[in-house]
Structures are given as C-alpha cells and as structure tokens.
Design a protein around this ligand. Structure first.
Ligand code: AMP
Length: 212
C-alpha cells in the first residue's frame, strides 16, 4: 500500500509533530516546505533570498517557488514507498500543480484546531536551531530542557511564531489554505482529526486512517 500523504491544518495545528512521528513509523520522508525554506534562508541560497521577505512577515512565498521545490523532491528515490507533505499545498494553485505532477496522493489528513487554541499553542512552540525538530514547552517538552533531545541544538522560538505574526499567518491560512479542505473533500480524500487530543492518541488515529 503506497502512502503518499498530505497533512493539512493551520500553522501550529501539529502537522509537523505528527509528520515526524508518522514518517519514523513508516520510514518515509517528511517533506516540509517550511523547513526547506528555513534551511535555504540559513545557508543564503537564491531560494532563501527570494523567500526571506515573505516568511518573516508570515506571508506565503510565491506558488512557483514552492511548486518547483516539491516537483524536484517527490521524484527522488526515497519517495517511492510514500511521503508526507507537511505545509504543501497551501493554495488551490499549488494543489492543482501537484495534481499535474503525475504522483497520486492517497489521503489528506486535516488536523483541526480552533484559532484561539492555535494562538495559545504557538507561544509555547520551540524549534531546534540545528535539526529543526519541533517541541512545545508544555505539551511536548525536550528531555534536555532548552536543548534539543535529538541533537545538540538549542531550542528557540521562530520569529514568525511571535503573536503579532501568528495572527497574520492565521488570516493567510483561512483565506488561502482553508479552501483546500473543500477541494479534497469533494475528491473523497479528506480525513479530519481533532488536533487538540493527546499527541499519541492523534498519531494512533492517523495510523488507523492511513491503514483503513
Ligand atoms: P511552516 O513551517 O509550514 O509554518 O512555513 C513557514 C513559512 O514558510 C510560511 O509562513 C510561508 O512563508 C512559507 N511556506 C511554507 N510552505 C509554503 C507553501 N506551501 N506555500 C507558500 N509559502 C510556504
């Protein structure tokens, strides 16, 4: 059974955390456009330079840039048994471009969390400045306190997780990304999960959906 999956949800809904868990369970790659762009920013590549202004303001980077990233990534050998797309597609144009890439998507898992809970959660989210792993000071803390327990990096708050930017990112989500719920529902591909449950319960539910 192939596992070509899309994880959908507002910023901070837990897509990245669940993608990490599901990908290590099935040994398939976790493809996060946000991580790829942040890495490009860090290393100062052309992609990083083009994306910088958008990411810092909480806006979406232009469709062409992310479509090209995904087009190159999903044809790689390690994607042959499946992959999780985390944070892509984020617009209808991106979803249509994905449809035209010739890779069949099996299921779309939509992690639902109310805006008020997202705002509360984002203030506690921390990421490793080295490997990009995501933690939460209350719900998913690192065993090493302010250091990453997967590598030796330091846990920091992303600039775009500051409250004023989070509000803008939520607006962008409702306007640009939420229409994808309807897009995939119409194709009978959408499965919605309550993203407010316990992390391990959510993973169990996700696996049950993937296996069904
Ligand atoms: P994320 O880590 O998924 O929350 O993404 C962080 C930021 O990267 C977003 O606020 C956007 O600026 C940019 N980004 C990531 N994925 C996409 C995408 N599919 N389309 C446009 N911009 C994206």
């Amino acid at each position: 059974m192939s596992k070509n999956l899309i994880f959908l949800g507002a910023p901070g809904a837990g897509k990245g955390t669940q993608a990490d868990l599901i990908c290590s369970h099935y040994k398939i790659p976790h493809i996060s456009t946000g991580d790829i762009i942040r890495q490009a920013l860090k290393t100062g590549t052309e992609l990083g330079k083009q994306a910088k202004g958008y990411i810092e303001k909480g806006l979406l980077v232009p469709d062409e840039l992310v479509i090209d990233i995904i087009k190159e990534r999903i044809i790689k050998e390690d994607c042959k048994d499946g992959f999780v797309l985390d944070g892509f597609p984020r617009t209808i144009a991106q979803a249509e471009a994905l449809d035209n890439m010739g890779v069949k998507i099996d299921k779309v898992l939509n992690f639902h969390v109310e805006d008020s809970d997202i705002i509360k959660r984002m203030s506690g989210r921390r990421v490793c400045d080295k490997c990009g792993s995501t933690f939460h000071i209350e719900f998913n803390p690192s065993e090493n306190g302010e250091m990453c327990d997967k590598c030796t990096g330091t846990l920091i708050q992303r600039k775009d997780d500051k409250p004023e930017i989070v509000k803008d990112r939520l607006d962008v989500y409702h306007k640009e990304t939420e229409p994808l719920i309807d897009y995939y529902e119409k194709q009978n591909m959408l499965f919605t999960i309550n993203g407010n449950a316990d992390i391990n319960e959510i993973t169990k539910e996700a696996i049950a959906i993937i296996e069904a």
